[in-house]
Write a protein that binds this ligand. Structure first.
Ligand code: HEM
Length: 430
């Protein structure tokens, strides 16, 4: 039986929680975990859940807590934006994350069959080459100043996912613009007027997803969309609209959060010089470091669920129909699961228990691809630019958003002559 029907006197605002402000949300998360771990925040209309066990339990219980609200706009769409989207034939729906069983089970099975490690592991040499090219271009700057987000983290995962899907890699900047619009329109706090240009972008984005499916029907394509169209022809139960929706999801989820993970991994490692030096000396530490970054500074700090029936979370009664905000950014710093949670430690034994990729039936389909790409970036930077350093006097800020915590820039510098122009193995012993 629930022990409380309403939270204790503390409300989220009095504990310093500002849902859209992500520069440093961690002190407020800690206060929520201690004082009001399951609390209704009337400013956003969500029950905010911050303890590890509670967040994980809600993710796990998909028959009580549905993901159907995961892609719903946090702020209602304005009339002008709605009109633009209706007129433009925008009927995109979540590929997977906001679908529920049995539909989710059916589509996930078809997509998982196509989205195999075989398909993306084959891309590792290309990913590595793309990283080297981007890194060389940055290190060639005479002013010895770069921005890891702009110079390294944006293009690499975007080229990867566009290549996998079979989209045109010349459209990387366009997809980035469309993705920014998608993040702002769904998880942002925009006024009606601010929504208008983004609504146009979403119409164009969805039209391109439908075109990709039509193209894969018309021509044999060696791509994920090609695989899905062939699976459909062979009898797998998936419609063209569903394939286009999967493209709409992957062409956003497949790079946006990886751009952030790459930026955060380098930002946090360079900010902990001793641990960066250990990674430089021993690349086998990279994989653990990436998991620790996912725990310490996850790309997505909060994700949503909806209660389908009266329920209880952490001893608090949650009525049917209530919406929940699962704060993984807080769960990952829960002291009952991770000792000294605010300490960044690349050898933390249980870092992989983080909830950065969710948990349960919707567990992130692209988690291995995201980690593979981040590992390759860190390996290459450690090898070719081990003396890279953060520009200390430039504070790093994060865009305002309910869910996506992305650094806007990560300014770096390097000493003259420090950057290697080739890998040691390219010149030694030949
Ligand atoms: C650092 C990178 C990434 C993070 C932090 C991340 C995070 C997440 C989270 C939190 C979820 C929701 C899980 C849940 O509801 O339990 C999710 C789902 C998903 N992610 Fe990722 N993701 C990342 C990269 C990727 C990549 C690279 C792809 C694809 C190429 C991808 C594809 C998906 C898909 C398709 C789903 C929906 C799965 C389902 O509902 O069955 N993600 N991801």
């Amino acid at each position: 039986m629930p022990t409380q029907t309403c939270p204790v006197d503390h409300n989220a605002a009095s504990l310093g929680y500002q849902p859209f402000e992500l520069d440093d949300p961690f002190p407020a998360y800690a206060a929520l975990r201690a004082e009001a771990p399951v609390t209704f925040d009337e400013r956003i209309g969500y029950w905010v859940v911050t303890r590890y066990d509670d967040v994980k339990a809600v993710f796990e219980d998909w028959s009580t807590f549905s993901s159907e609200n995961a892609q719903a706009p946090v702020r209602e769409r304005g009339a002008a934006a709605r009109q633009i989207m209706d007129d433009g034939g925008f009927t995109a729906y979540s590929g997977l994350s906001a679908r529920i069983p049995p539909e989710h089970t059916r589509i996930r099975k078809v997509v998982a069959k196509a989205f195999t490690p075989r398909r993306y592991k084959a891309l590792e040499p290309t990913i590595r080459e793309n990283v080297r090219t981007a890194l060389a271009a940055m290190l060639a700057r005479p002013e010895r100043r770069g921005d890891l987000v702009r110079d390294l983290a944006v293009d690499v995962p975007t080229i990867t996912i566009l290549t996998l899907i079979g989209a045109d890699v010349a459209m990387v900047p366009t997809y980035k613009t469309w993705s920014d619009s998608r993040a702002a329109m769904t998880w942002g706090d925009l006024s009606d007027a601010e929504q208008v240009p983004h609504a146009h972008n979403l119409v164009a984005y969805w039209a391109e997803c439908r075109r990709l499916v039509a193209d894969a029907h018309a021509h044999e394509r060696d791509s994920l969309v090609g695989d899905l169209v062939r699976a459909q022809a062979a009898g797998d139960p998936i419609t063209d609209h569903e394939i286009a929706s999967v493209c709409y999801s992957l062409l956003f989820a497949g790079h946006e959060t990886t751009t952030t993970l790459i930026s955060n991994t380098l930002r946090v490692l360079l900010g902990h010089g001793d641990q960066w030096q250990r990674v430089v000396a021993d690349p086998t530490l990279v994989a653990g470091a990436v998991d620790e970054v996912l725990r310490f500074s996850p790309s997505i700090v909060a994700w949503r669920r909806k209660a389908l029936k009266d329920a209880e979370v952490g001893g608090v009664a949650i009525p049917a129909g209530a919406e929940l905000l699962l704060v993984m950014g807080s769960a990952n710093r829960d002291e009952t699961r991770f000792p000294d949670p605010d300490v960044f430690d690349i050898t933390r034994p249980n870092a992989r228990e983080h909830l950065a990729f969710g948990f349960g039936i919707h567990y992130c389909l692209g988690n291995l691809l995201a980690k593979l790409q981040t590992r390759v970036v860190v390996e290459e930077v450690a090898l070719l630019a081990p003396d890279l350093a953060l520009v200390d006097d430039e504070p790093i800020t994060f865009g305002p958003n309910l869910s996506f915590r992305a650094p806007l820039s990560v300014p770096v510098t390097w000493p003259a002559g420090a950057a290697r122009t080739s890998r040691p193995s390219d010149t030694e012993g030949v």
